[in-house]
Design a protein around this ligand. Structure first.
Ligand code: HOZ
Length: 423
């Protein structure tokens, strides 16, 4: 069926035609591509067109699509039953791998999405401290739990929704959203109400306002003020976990949060999330402690099998190799934009990157918002029409996988040259 017809039919029976808002192409126009299948670095749409994929399911597919070892693990697990609602050895194997890769994690609770992980982390912080207020950062996105939708990034920023109807005002008032990378604002806020602060939650590398790296001292300040005020520091490494390194940003920097949220890559493309931290913190969760959290599909055997296979393949990979490929891509983009005199800023951390159409540095949501989103939309369409599938929104990260090759990068840059010429 043609893309427009699929989208029309989907819109009749699914709100907006999609099951997650940024997929709807609202900010770039046109119909979303309905994907039929994917392999390696490419996806194929329902009309049979092939694209080099830089969405990678928004991060999880770091090995590329349909990796043979991951597919085999899922097949084998599926043959043994798809869900038991009882503990399995796979959950221990997964927890062991996470604990080994994250120095600040001694215990892990598996859930089914990143949203569940961050929601549980906030509840745990409130339960342990007996306090109610939380600090997050404008343009960071931690899933769609009520407390975390205040001034969020990703689809919330793309659609220009300042908060969300349905989130009780009294709950939203407990969330203070501060500018990312603004250590002074954090010190000031903690000075004012640190006594009622349960936690600070942060993407240690922001990926949901586009990629924005932390500036020197920012995360260190968060660690210092949370310790001093008796609140918890939560790193949301749902995107950065096993993406920036085998481990997370904390593995690279040595900054140890109290709680770590994971998702995406650890499910190998199946729905998953996880929450980890020190033993004395994690044991506040039921049934050892009073803070309640549960889930029928938590630690699902298929998700564990896919995640374990992914981590085991990843362990053998050289992250330097993928980082160099993305560096080449970003350098190439930069040269082409400069040649055309188009103001731009390219933020890259490891294999995550974002192209911003602005001359100024992008260090927080205000500076990210200066990007010319209308120009981004035209560029996106120019790339799509040549078989390059970028995230259909400015405030997202692009992802490269171990399946991408130098030839993919060359083809992408050739498409970029044509797209820019047509702008
Ligand atoms: N929130 C995800 C991007 N940061 C998008 C999820 C999706 O649409 O699949």
């Amino acid at each position: 069926m043609e893309m427009e017809n699929l989208f029309a039919e989907a819109q009749n029976i699914i709100p907006g035609g999609v099951n997650s808002p940024v997929r709807a192409f609202r900010s770039v126009g046109g119909s979303p591509r309905f994907i039929r299948e994917a392999a390696g670095a490419t996806v194929i749409d329902a009309e049979g067109r092939t694209y080099i994929d830089y969405v990678a399911s928004w991060g999880p597919m770091i090995l590329g699509h349909s990796h043979p070892e991951v597919v085999a693990a899922i097949r084998e697990a599926a043959g043994k039953g798809t869900s038991y609602g009882a503990p399995t050895e796979g959950e221990i194997a997964m927890a062991r791998r996470i604990v080994a890769a994250f120095p600040a994690v001694e215990m892990v609770r598996m859930v089914s999405s990143g949203t569940e992980a961050t929601m549980t982390a906030i509840r745990l912080a409130r339960g342990i401290t007996g306090r109610e207020k939380i600090i997050k950062f404008t343009g960071c996105y931690h899933g769609h739990a009520d407390s975390l939708l205040v001034k969020a990034g990703s689809g919330v920023a793309t659609l220009g929704i300042p908060g969300s109807p349905g989130v009780p005002r009294r709950l939203a008032e407990l969330t203070l959203s501060l500018p990312y990378n603004d250590a002074d604002a954090v010190r000031d806020a903690v000075g004012r109400f640190g006594d009622d602060l349960a936690c600070i939650i942060v993407e240690p590398v922001a990926g949901n306002m586009g990629v924005v790296p932390p500036q020197q001292g920012f995360l260190e300040t968060l660690r210092e003020v949370t310790r001093a005020s008796g609140s918890l520091l939560i790193f949301d490494e749902v995107i950065t976990g096993f993406r920036v390194a085998y481990g997370g940003w904390q593995t690279l920097t040595g900054i140890a949060p109290d709680l770590t949220c994971l998702g995406k890559i650890i499910g190998g493309g199946l729905p998953v999330g996880a929450l980890g931290g020190r033993r004395e913190v994690m044991e506040h969760l039921a049934p050892t402690g009073p803070v309640y959290q549960a889930g029928t599909l938590s630690g699902n055997p298929l998700a564990m099998a896919a995640g374990i296979a992914t981590l085991d393949v990843l362990k053998r990979q050289s992250y330097g190799q993928i980082d160099r490929l993305v560096q080449e891509l970003c350098t190439g983009y930069g040269e082409l934009f400069t040649r055309r005199g188009i103001p731009h800023r390219i933020n890259r951390v490891g294999s995550m990157f974002t192209l911003f159409f602005t001359a100024g540095e992008v260090t927080d949501f205000v500076s990210a918002s200066r990007s010319d989103t209308e120009l981004f939309a035209r560029f996106f369409q120019g790339m799509l029409s040549q078989g390059i599938y970028l995230a259909p929104a400015q405030f997202e990260a692009g992802f490269v996988s171990f399946a991408h090759t130098a030839r993919d990068i060359d083809r992408t840059l050739a498409a970029c040259a044509k797209a820019l010429a047509a702008l």
